[in-house]
Design a binder for this molecule. Structure first.
Ligand SMILES: C=C(O[C@H]1C=CC=C(C(=O)O)[C@@H]1O)C(=O)O
Length: 371
């Protein structure tokens, strides 16, 4: 289907207040949309379901499901015209928010120094007027700006509307082969990928790698750890380690081990989570949760021998799951976008620098809003 026809179909779905999701995987032009046929709020029971999941940060709350069987699947192509427009995002004075966030970071550092935990990710939200843009124009501007991210627009009338462009995979599985990543440490991209990383950033990223490897090693068949690389996500650079291997356990157990990783919560997980829930003065809801496709089946018919087409056709069925961490995202209510941003805090954190990091992260969504 043509991109504009897909948007028209999704607008209709939105006006009828029916759930849908539309997304594009990193470095692809293909768009996938699932349009639910009713407005039931389905939730995941044990991750054996098929469909598109939308999970909150707090795993005690329910994970929403758009079931594959209860929705229409539409595929389209988004060809970026390659007219990436750079907009300067001016940052107005946010003195109150700044002092409040710096106070929160200081509390986090104190808790680390007193031995409560090793790392905590602390976040805040910011509201921005989306001016006269429709949600679909906004989605297109996010698509245009972030070709290497997982870009999505998700809507459920009983939950809300979210848009994001995340650089972080939580878990990808193809049959029993898995891949995940430890993504942490941030600096602004200034035209050069060959940058030097401070000890604080290296340590905060290593904590994520160790957590994933320790947790998964107990339950997977095999695991291998890649090198630490610098990767670009919008205007930011991060440190990333790819972790791959073979699973033997069910998906639910693996997701329980991973989510929330110390890239969005902290270490040890429970202590950091308690701190986040108690001290951040707002509810994260779906920010730093995860989203993506669950157990989708892709069957391909192939020919063993091109010369004897009739007798040799065989089908291979792949089951794939592709889950991403919900970062660089916003929730839209009427003409207001709430942008969510956070950063990893360790004993070496400088509160002023951590504040500036969240200001830089907020620009990812603001750039698309102001385009
Ligand atoms: C928690 C966020 O980013 C995570 C992912 C990459 C780098 C991060 C950091 O440097 O703190 C965070 O761990 C966010 O963007 O809100």
């Amino acid at each position: 289907m043509e991109f504009q026809s897909l948007i028209a179909r999704l607008s209709q779905q939105y006006n009828n207040q029916l759930p849908f999701v539309v997304y594009r995987s990193p470095n692809q032009s293909r768009l996938n949309a699932y349009l639910q046929l009713n407005d039931i709020l389905f939730s995941v029971e044990n991750f054996s379901e098929r469909g598109f999941v939308f999970a909150p940060f707090n795993s005690e709350a329910k994970t929403v499901l758009i079931p594959q069987a209860a929705s229409k699947h539409i595929v389209s192509d988004y060809k970026s015209t390659n007219t990436k427009v750079e907009v300067e995002v001016s940052v107005e004075e946010q003195e109150d928010e700044k002092q409040q966030h710096i106070q929160l970071i200081k509390q986090g550092v104190e808790a680390i120094v007193s031995g409560e935990f090793e790392k905590v990710v602390l976040s805040r939200k910011e509201t921005v007027n989306i001016k006269s843009k429709t949600i679909f124009q906004l989605f297109e501007d996010v698509l245009k700006n972030y070709p290497t991210a997982f870009v999505y627009l998700w809507y459920h009338p009983k939950v809300g509307l979210w848009i994001g462009a995340t650089p972080e995979t939580l878990l990808s599985v193809e049959n029993n082969r898995f891949s995940t990543m430890a993504l942490a440490g941030t600096q602004e991209y200034k035209g050069n990928m060959d940058v030097v990383w401070g000890q604080k950033e290296q340590q905060e990223q290593q904590i994520v790698t160790d957590f994933i490897v320790d947790g998964l090693s107990k339950t997977v068949k095999s695991i291998s750890i890649g090198e630490v690389n610098t990767v670009k996500a919008g205007n930011l650079l991060h440190l990333k380690t790819k972790i791959t291997g073979l699973l033997k356990d069910d998906l639910q157990h693996v997701i329980e081990i991973l989510h929330p990783t110390p890239a969005v919560c902290g270490l040890p997980k429970e202590e950091a989570k308690t701190f986040v829930l108690k001290h951040e003065n707002y509810q994260r809801t779906f920010y730093s949760g995860f989203l993506g496709t669950l157990n989708l089946q892709d069957s391909k018919t192939r020919n063993r021998n091109r010369r004897n087409v009739e007798n040799n056709a065989y089908a291979t069925v792949k089951t794939t799951t592709n889950l991403y961490v919900n970062l660089r995202c916003m929730e839209i209510v009427d003409d207001t976008a709430t942008v969510f941003v956070g950063g990893g805090i360790t004993k070496d954190s400088n509160p002023e620098a951590e504040w500036l990091e969240t200001v830089a992260k907020a620009k990812v969504m603001k750039r698309a809003i102001l385009l």
